[in-house]
Design a protein around this ligand. Sequence first.
Ligand code: DGY
Length: 423
Amino acid sequence: MSATAAPRAEEARRILHANDRGGYCVPTARLYPFQWNWDSAFVAMGWACFDEARAWQEIESLLKGQWEDGLVPQIVFHAPSDDYFPGPDVWGIARTPPTSGITQPPVLATAVRLMLDGARDKTLAEAKAHAIYPSLLRNHAWWQSARDPSSSGLVTTLHPWETGMDNSPAWDAALARVPTETKTEIRRRDTTHADPAVRPRGEEYQRFIHLVDTFRDAGWDPARMYAVSPFRVADIGTNAILLRAEQDLLALAERFGTPDDRAAIATRIARKRAALPRLWNGALGGFASFDQIEGASIPVSTSAGLLPLFAHCATPPQIAAMTAQLERWAARVKYLVPSTDPGHPRFEQLRYWRGPVWAVVNWMIANGLDWANRADLAALVRGNTVALIESQGLSEYFDPTDGRGIGGADFSWTAAIYLMLTA
Ligand code: DGY
């Protein structure tokens, strides 16, 4: 047990306990009443700071929702709740437990590797990681077969929710091609729990739900979903996180896997390392997502564009350009890292992924800055994150201009990151 003296550590542990619904955490009460994929990977690392057995349980609970083909869904609906839309009835997926039918950024293998390497209870960690390893292997095979069927080295996301950065300005143009008509009646609940001014707009929800309707009509079959989706992007965030996760999976495969596993993972890593540079946008001077339907780079700088550092995949000139960009952003806002370039005309400091600071993204960027030998900037990003949380509480996200905490309160992944940064 690590007893940290950080001023909000006790509160952070209390929040994880309060959001615990029996082996899994909801991101926050009411607004998000189920288990979310990438939230849980961070939440597990947070639990690991003070209760390792509970940390492993978080991941085991998430994997109760894994599909036979390897998909780890974005949401696992362990218990019913009327507080969220779209619930299991809209997804229409007959599984126990019910799940959604799309995914989220694959942080899981990285979480398992870091929890194993940092474990105080080595025996428990070895046993748990060994048992979880085959599910991770199947999940990464799913990313390959379902989302990169041509083995290009870049995976495709089919819904903004899959990027975790739902209403980023990076998706505006691609999402504008998705029709607003829906078969499902939209009954948003999020705007009754949070200020509508900090949530995605109504028209975005219409397009989000049009995509859900489209995939439900495609029977949740990965090949059909890929073929019919009117939204197809190579998200720089997801691709960087997956490349990092593949490297962590390879480390796990060295302990628990077979030579064939290691060869397959190494092949994917080589392919991804060769492909990620294609997401460099020279005119923008940074990494950016690629609209695969339009066949063009998306000219919007976001915090996700810094995640190739987390993947340990950037050349020295790219690192110099990315860190210079971060320094320019630091001169424009009070707190790093805004989710969108604060100089961009569609930057909105309060609205979800259009500007606010997110602690989990900061944690990944700081980790990447360490790899890039920019301990000074890593310390700045970590220091800003801790300062935001200590002054405002464990909010879902923060206004980068004045630090105000926004969105849901008592947020699980913010609590987890605070524990990790102050442990
Ligand atoms: C939501 O409902 O706001 C989530 O971000 C979807 O994963």
